[in-house]
Ligand binder design. Sequence first.
Ligand code: HEM
Length: 319
Amino acid sequence: MATVLMWYVLTEHLTGVKSIHGARMSKIVFAAYLVFVPPTSLYHMFLEPNLSEGVRVVGSLLSLFVSVPTLAAFAIIVSSLEASARARGATGFFGWMRGLPWDNPAMTNMGWAVVNMMVGITFAFVLIQGELAPMLSDTFFVPGYFHFFAVGVLTQTFLAAMMVMLPALSGGSLWRPAVLRRMPVVVTIGLLIFGAAGITAGFMGVPRRVFDVSYGGMAPAAWPVLMALVGIGATVFAVAISVTVYGVVRTLLSRRAPVATKVPVVDWRAGARGVGAAPAWTGPVSVAALVAAMYVFTIIAFKLIQSLPIVALGGGHGH
Ligand code: HEM
């Protein structure tokens, strides 16, 4: 929620575009978190062996709803930007994105954070399901998917906010915008390697929170290969995130006049005519693509898990 609020504020600050759906709609969407978040607590009981099937299904459904305010706020931001860009003559399905201030590292951090959210949320939908959660929650699937959020979404969004706030507060200037704006794509590449290998490793049974997964040479041959890829991906995103953090610290310590590096902030309000005259489809189409991806990966997850030779031992004790 805090991240999405940041996107909302940063978007207006960096582009001058306010929500075309009005402030009241946004307030309703943000207030909806208060309704949708508490019921997710059922999800945290999914390893309880005596939990009835009905409670499990209800818990899964209620947990899936937590994405409603996040995706609604995403759609509000994207459609407001797209409608404003189209009113200024932007064409092509993704052409409206070209005018965004991509030279500003705050914008690239936020833009790639949105991509990471879409990937992360797809696998969150897989994990949140009552049938799959107990099988996957102690495997490397979990750190594999949630770093898209922890690093890709949260960390990058808050670093973007720092990049805007620190120069404004301290009067310093942003450290090397040309370097900083290239980091988010590197972070995302690292996360994609880490996530793809980690999620696959989790499906194959690699445990989380264990340092040595060789099990005296008895572990399947694919495990060390996948975990080596996890290590490579982790190194890539850790280096890129470290560069960004360094840049933010240098910005904090900077005492130069802010004019020294002027980071572009566009103003799409200027000359905007007839917002809404051309349809803005990217928001709704992205949400539809996300739901389709969720179905595909859920089906793959069920198929993979059904093909595993699992023997349950010890009845209702432990997992
Ligand atoms: C920047 C470099 C980072 C790297 C290379 C990294 C790597 C990892 C790895 C490999 C694990 C899995 C450990 C295991 O289960 O065996 C893990 C767990 C975790 N990471 Fe990260 N991470 C990074 C940043 C972050 C950030 C920025 C956050 C939070 C904002 C975060 C939150 C977590 C949490 C909550 C866990 C789960 C700990 C647990 O299982 O108890 N990580 N991390």
